[in-house]
Design a protein around this ligand. Structure first.
Ligand code: SF4
Ligand code: SF4
Length: 519
């Protein structure tokens, strides 16, 4: 009989056994991207110039708002709690405009991604733009790919030291300029620049510059592609935005494979050969250090520099451009089916070409109408709706606000002549950077009049009062009604404010309280 205490040993292996455990940290492999040239590179230069230009120069633009408001076009005035954006002035209670813009930016990102893949990452993301800028400096000082690799592998000499010190010094200057440009959005830029250099700026300004210098230098100069691969969540999220009709940078192996460096020899031997000559030009220019021929990868930011590199190679070989191209998965799959005879064989590029070497008519090419599909319509509709809603709200928003608070204690006071008096805090909010004279009027509440406490305005049903630009004015107002006019313990009436110059007005429904016996 089998001894029940004897157990069978299961053969298993832990994934992190002490004997075989490998460190989770992998040392960075250095990347030396080669300078690319071509249409996409030119487009990237353009985007880089525009985005950096906007970032560094916008704080220096002027916008005349008159003598009572700052003349900086874009200013986040934290002290006075205002955000100025050209002709728009946003008060703290209107922050939903900023939130709305952020939502629009998010939906816009979904729209762009669903249409043209990670275009944001490849062209306009600050990480991409600053890495590009840092690479410009690196190439200018150390040379292109081969020179940089040689320098990196070589021993430390006076020349190497000088080149490295120069490069890092310029990177730090760019980092400081980046941090500096940021704080100019929070104060009057010309004044702040003077204060910075004379050491009289607020400590927070120096701290912000120091932090942004360090992060720009580290992310743009030292970490580069690691930020995109390991730190940024977008590569993980974007997969949900893509479908088979989204454009992504694609290696068209249906025409490129089998690749060979000796195409003529292979062809002469009667074997089929693809367009890829395995020159690695696409890998050498990749700022992420990947090979797009391995298929879609999380690391690929779709900067399209490999397209430029490969197009250059195809031009030299006298072949059609587009071995690497922006393509949709549906087109790619269709062409793959064509090149593999419906999936029954390995890739045979001759199946996608005619006898004279041109592409067959069945080869699928991208058409612009693929961008316009239900998913992009939904994103576009949502984006437009939010935009129109914000615009409507912006164009129709009140610039003269009125708020009234009834005194809680006492609710009313009986005066010696028997009339009843209620007290109110009337808050007039002038939301434009100009002084205004506001007319406050009572509507309803028969026989009543009002006085402003601490002001020598005569009692009446209406008075005019000046309000400073961009200010809240709080008035203590007593409303009095003769006893014989009171017909209910709680009567509603309105405070109305009006700016006679701009015809802007606003109203607030208030309550007048009286004792039960007074009615
Ligand atoms: S594979 Fe091509 S598109 Fe992707 S990151 Fe590299 S160069 Fe850019
Ligand atoms: S650049 Fe073009 S031809 Fe050269 S290896 Fe890359 S895909 Fe092949």
């Amino acid at each position: 009989m089998r001894d029940k205490t004897q157990l069978t040993r299961l053969e298993t292996e832990t994934v992190n056994a002490a004997k075989t455990r490998k460190p989770l940290y992998a040392a960075r492999q250095k990347i030396f991207p080669k300078r690319a040239s071509g249409n996409f590179r030119r487009f990237k230069w353009l985007v880089m110039t525009i985005t950096l230009g906007i970032y560094y120069l916008t704080a220096w633009l002027h916008w005349d708002r008159g003598p009572f408001a700052p003349d900086q076009a874009v200013l986040l005035d934290l002290t006075n709690r205002r955000f100025y954006f050209f002709f728009i002035e946003i008060w703290p209670q209107e922050f939903f405009y900023v939130a709305g813009l952020l939502v629009m930016a998010g939906v816009g990102l979904f729209l762009i991604t669903s249409a043209v893949g990670r275009a944001w990452c490849g062209y306009a993301c600050p990480q991409t733009v600053w890495v590009d800028l840092f690479l410009v400096v690196e190439r200018a000082i150390e040379g292109d790919r081969n020179a940089r690799m040689k320098l990196d592998a070589g021993p430390w000499t006076a020349r190497k030291l000088m080149l490295r010190v120069s490069k890092h010094a310029i990177w730090l200057v760019i980092g400081a300029a980046t941090g500096g440009a940021w704080i100019f959005y929070f104060a009057d830029a010309p004044t702040l620049v003077g204060e910075l250099f004379t050491g009289t700026a607020a400590p927070v300004a120096y701290i912000t510059i120091a932090v942004l210098t360090a992060t720009t230098y580290t992310f743009g100069g030292l970490m580069r592609e690691q930020v995109c691969t390991y730190m940024c969540p977008w590569p993980r999220i974007q997969a949900a935005m893509l479908d088979e009709n989204s454009l992504t940078v694609t290696y068209n192996d249906w025409r490129g494979e089998p690749r060979s460096r000796h195409a003529k020899k292979v062809q002469a031997s009667g074997q089929s050969v693809g367009d890829c000559v395995d020159c690695n030009a696409c890998v050498a220019v990749c700022p992420m250090g990947i090979d797009i021929r391995d298929g879609q990868q999380l690391e690929c930011i779709t900067c399209a520099l490999c397209i430029d590199a490969c197009d250059g190679v195809m031009d030299k070989l006298g072949k059609e451009r587009g071995l690497i191209s922006y393509a949709t998965l549906s087109d790619y799959n269709a062409n793959m089916m064509l090149a593999t005879a419906g999936g029954s064989s390995s890739i045979n590029p001759s199946l996608v070409r005619t006898a004279v070497g041109t592409f067959c008519d069945q080869v699928a090419h991208f058409h612009i109408r693929k961008i316009f599909r239900p998913r992009t319509y939904v994103y576009m509709g949502l984006w437009s709706l939010i935009g129109l809603g914000l615009l409507y709200s912006l164009l129709t928003r009140d610039r003269l606000e009125l708020n009234v608070l009834h005194d809680r204690n006492p609710q009313f006071v009986t005066l010696s002549d028997g009339s009843i008096r209620n007290g109110y805090s009337v808050k007039l909010l002038n939301m434009i950077p100009e002084p205004r004279t506001i007319v406050v009027t009572m509507q309803g509440l028969e026989g009543a009049d009002m006085v402003v406490v601490g002001d020598d305005i005569p009692a009446g049903r209406s008075f005019a009062i000046p309000v400073e630009p961009d200010r809240l004015k709080t008035l203590k107002v007593f409303v009095r009604q003769p006893a014989d006019q009171i017909h209910a313990p709680a009567q509603t009436f309105k405070f109305r404010v009006e700016d006679k110059a701009s015809f802007e007005s606003n109203e607030y429904a208030a309550t007048f309280n009286a004792p039960e016996a007074a009615k």
